[in-house]
Ligand binder design. Structure first.
Ligand code: 13P
Length: 250
């Protein structure tokens, strides 16, 4: 049985002060959502603060990105072993904002996925199509291509300790959510692609939905057979909203 994972991607938002408040709220309500795993993804500079606030609680933390390299002359980058120092459990790789705004290719995302595994941090691999791609009817081939780059480099067994997030780009930050059926169709497709390589791994891999998920729609999304939680942007910046989403899937 797959446990729901509810993940808050804070993107480039927050301050030390607002983060203290947000974490306080999450910690106070976390006990009510014992049936789901919770994780938050602050900007890099706040990871020490988040570690300090969350150590000893049931809430995990991680970062929104990492370098494909372990160390060296890569100005501005942050490496996997550094994240290990801060006891990160998860790391997001291949978010659509990284792919589109910072030119991350499928191959680079796969190398980042490998870099996370090397330091025993679970990658959350983001995949998803743009509106143009959906309109062209190529959603499945886009998602398959993004997934294949990782499977070819790391193999299916890697997904024993990894998570996938399906985030249709047209639903991110737009207020436009995929319908539960639209999301379920892609989630089932992703699971079938994993199952072609190993049905046991496919059956236990968590696949999250992301894209304008909020308490008003999260219950019906997470009720779908292949949706195992959410990767939440905007609504994760409010402790009450984030916890309400987590509760709705229990
Ligand atoms: P929103 O929930 O703000 O649409 O963002 C989704 C997302 O990109 C999470 O990674």
């Amino acid at each position: 049985m797959r446990r729901n994972l509810v993940a808050g991607n804070w993107k480039m938002n927050g301050s030390a002060e607002s983060i203290r408040g947000l974490l306080q709220g999450i910690k106070e309500g976390a006990a009510e959502v014992a049936a789901a795993d919770l994780v938050v993804f602050p900007p890099f500079v706040y990871i020490g603060l988040v570690e300090q606030q969350l150590t000893g609680t049931s809430v995990a933390w991680g970062t929104q990105n990492l370098s494909e390299h372990a160390s060296g002359a890569y100005t501005g980058e942050v490496a996997g072993p550094m994240l290990q120092d801060f006891h990160c459990t998860y790391v997001i790789v291949g978010h659509s904002e990284r792919r589109t705004l910072y030119g991350e290719s499928d191959e680079m995302v796969a190398r980042k996925f490998a870099a996370a595994r090397k330091v025993n941090i679970q990658p959350i691999l983001c995949v998803g199509e743009t509106l143009e791609e959906r309109d062209q009817g190529v959603t499945e081939s886009v998602v398959e291509r993004q997934l294949k780059a990782v499977l070819d480099l790391e193999g299916i067994e890697a997904f024993n300790n990894a998570v996938i997030a399906y985030e249709p780009v047209w639903a991110i930050g737009t207020g436009r959510t995929a319908t539960p059926q639209q999301a379920q169709d892609v989630h089932a497709f992703i699971r079938a692609k994993l199952a072609e390589r190993n049905p046991t791994v496919a059956a236990q891999t968590r696949i999250l939905y992301g894209g304008s998920m909020k308490a008003a729609n999260s219950g019906e999304l997470m009720a779908m057979a292949d949706i195992d939680g959410g990767l939440i942007g905007g609504a994760s910046l409010d402790a009450k909203d984030f916890l309400a989403i987590a509760r709705s899937g229990c």
